[in-house]
Ligand binder design. Sequence first.
Ligand code: SF4
Length: 217
Amino acid sequence: MLPATPDPAAEDDLFPLSALQHYLYCPRQCALIHVERQWAENLFTAEGHILHERSSNPGLESRGSVRVVTAIPIRSLALGVAGVADVVELRRVGGVWRPYPIEYKRGRPKAHRADEVQLCAQALCLEEMFAAKIEEGALFYGKTRRRTPVAFDGELRRLTHDTAAETRALIASGCTPAPVYAAKLCGRCSLSELCWPKRLSRRTSVSGWIARCINEP
Ligand code: SF4
């Protein structure tokens, strides 16, 4: 079980960076995946795999003055997370190579900030590893086929740190929260058949259950 706060010296205590996005999407989904080790695929996760295919092999290539690194292992002892960055461009600024993370996502820009938090967590990992300040990165969405720039401002950094702390606490608790049914989220969730969100979020009182049994013919 993870300790409540990350031990800066303990690489073994790191949890997957992807858990942050799962947590912001739905804490129960995060616990099902990272506490109970459950997983299921659906159309949306399959589309995500296809989009990541190009960047899933470790590599390094030069594109003009920019070096492009793919599938780079990253970690942050401050956040307590480890993962893999899809694409990191290295741009030479003032004689120093500056990392610029780019994350591939299916669909289009979302109303929630889960994608931005995942990208910011990657930037915080790279800042620790390169001892460099990273001001910006980008999300590349499969539907729009465009990069959306993301500024790593104070608010996004705070949200990322807070999300990491809450996610760590959830995983350390070893408990899976009860479902809260939300048609839009649950309808797209690959774990819905394992979760039973509609049935389990219905509150049934014991007295009501007894009354129904007594009244049954
Ligand atoms: S089905 Fe809904 S409640 Fe269950 S894990 Fe997925 S998003 Fe969360």
